[in-house]
Write a protein of this length. Sequence first.
Length: 264
Amino acid sequence: MPLTVTFDTGVLDDMLWPESAKQPTDPADATRVRAAVQAGVIQGFFSETLITLEGIKNIDRAAILSSSRLVSSLSSESKNSITSNVTFQQDRLPLPHKCVRRIQAARDLGMRALMVPRLLADGVCAKDDDGTLFEHPGDLEQFVAKAVHLRSEIGARDIGSAVAVKLGLQLSARDGVSEWWYHGLKRAKDIHECRQVERAVSEWADGDSIAAHYGYGFDLFCSKDFGKGASGPSVLDCANRKWLSEEFGIRFVTLRELADMVAG
């Protein structure tokens, strides 16, 4: 059986393009892991947050996320029934070229995306028009229950998506406005606050990726990110890695450790 491995964005890029691997990744390790994915020794995956969250350029994150809204419509198929539909919408831009190139390169290696279960007001989901983007989780009910549970536990520790929620509320409160937290993000006024929004979205993506990984029950989560770029505690810092490992059995590895596994 192949190792099932979720790659976060940093190590995914290193593995896809070993010749351009960035420190601390050794290009030789990245090449070995890429070969293992090609050979089917590793079955590799990436989170759909690469599209839905990290697929928004840093400079556009506040504007696009603050465009979030719930849109309702009514329809009737007979004179005695009325159906109300509510959808979550954002004013999205086309995916950046780098993001499209990354996704295509990953799919060319046979990799698929992990679904991230979302409540109605949690955000958009990536489209899978031809049914080839997402890995099917098997037992869908169990997958959703596990992923949503861990996502909630991560949020309870004020990490993951909770960082963006808290920031949006803080910015709204500072301006004396009561509004949906998404809309507070557009109130970032200076470089420091805009950078906070960027980091909050990255943290959100990391938390949702780990929750999805847990929901699928995969073997390893590969990352070189230890939360050092976060403004505060991060789901990938050492303390929270320890918590996730001990409480939920999530096994974190670097590309070096993964390369050693497939070389043995």
